[in-house]
Design a protein around this ligand. Structure first.
Ligand SMILES: NC(=O)C1=CN([C@@H]2O[C@H](COP(=O)(O)OP(=O)(O)OC[C@H]3O[C@@H](n4cnc5c(N)ncnc54)[C@H](OP(=O)(O)O)[C@@H]3O)[C@@H](O)[C@H]2O)C=CC1
Ligand SMILES: O=C(O)C1=N[C@H](C(=O)O)C[C@H](O)C1
Length: 255
């Protein structure tokens, strides 16, 4: 069965990669791709249409799944349209606030919705091992450093927030310290969180665990955005066969 994909944010850094990743597979076809202000553009031969036409494109082209890399507000709107139209929704967008996250989850009552702040398989492995490292090293200082390109809007990254949840679920921590400034020394129980923005860095996440005698560094570095796009299209192909509900990238990898 060919999975019919709708792509949002199609001329963005990730949208372009999603169209390219879909073209690399013979089981996926992009049936429409939209962006906010398209200017007679094509990406890999796919015509970019106006996001204002999204609802009618969903009705007319009958996608199986919409793949979204835009911003939190638009992702929530697109998810609601998909829920009404019985179309599965995969989003890699990050930076949702609590209400937006709730709205996304509400869509999953009607259709299959998958959200992953990071579609790299290496980051899934990092999420799996970081909790074990924290459990094995109680009392060690934990610091998290993430680095991204200078156009990224949200900080810390969605991936960093996921790593922080894993760290906190596996150890005794009192607070997250974002950046570090002033005279006060580090206190036990803090998790230091540092978001760096520079140039065109694709995405790096490092968790440092240290006591006074040793340190462990767990680092993931994405070399190019194709790795995220390939994971997102894998997720789209996978979710096409799922019933309504909330899914994560770990569900895709588990099969
Ligand atoms: N899960 C993962 O593996 C990854 C997630 N991301 C996340 O994906 C998202 C997009 O990243 P990236 O591609 O780098 O960003 P870009 O800014 O390059 O692309 C986003 C695209 O979405 C459009 N867009 C943004 N906001 C809206 C809106 N409110 N309504 C309609 N269209 C909108 C933009 O249009 P316009 O050009 O008009 O602004 C742009 O074309 C971010 O949240 C990022 O953190 C990124 C990489 C990997
Ligand atoms: O905006 C990006 O570029 C990325 N965002 C994701 C995040 O917020 O974690 C994933 C990746 O690191 C790239």
């Amino acid at each position: 069965m060919t999975v019919r994909l709708g792509v949002t944010g199609a001329t963005g850094r990730m949208g372009r990669e999603v169209i390219a990743a879909a073209a690399d597979r013979d089981d996926c076809e992009v049936v429409f791709a939209v962006n906010r202000d398209p200017a007679d553009e094509t990406v890999d031969g796919v015509e970019i249409e106006s996001a204002a036409e999204f609802d009618s494109l969903v009705d007319d082209r009958e996608p199986t799944v919409v793949v979204d890399f835009t911003g939190p507000e638009s992702a929530v709107d697109y998810a609601a349209t998909c829920a009404d139209a019985d179309v599965a929704f995969v989003t890699g967008t990050t930076g949702f606030d609590d209400d937006q996250r709730e709205a996304l989850e509400a869509a999953s009552e009607a259709v299959a919705v998958l959200h992953a702040p990071n579609f790299a398989r290496g980051v899934q492995a990092l999420l799996n091992v970081v909790g074990e490292a924290v459990r094995n090293l109680p009392g060690y200082d934990v610091e998290l450093v993430e680095t991204h390109h200078n156009a990224k809007r949200d900080a810390p990254s969605g991936t960093a927030n996921g790593l922080l949840e894993e760290i906190e679920a596996n150890g005794e921590f009192t607070e997250r310290t974002h950046g570090r400034v002033g005279e006060d020394p580090r206190e036990a129980g803090e998790i230091g969180v540092h978001a760096l923005r520079a140039g065109n860095v694709t995405g790096e996440h490092e968790v440092i665990l240290a006591d006074n005698h040793e340190e462990l560094r767990l680092t993931h570095r994405a070399e190019d955005r194709g790795v995220f796009a390939a994971g997102a299209v894998d997720a789209a192909a996978w979710i096409a066969g799922q019933k309504s509900g909330w899914y994560e990238f770990s569900d895709v990898i588990a099969e």
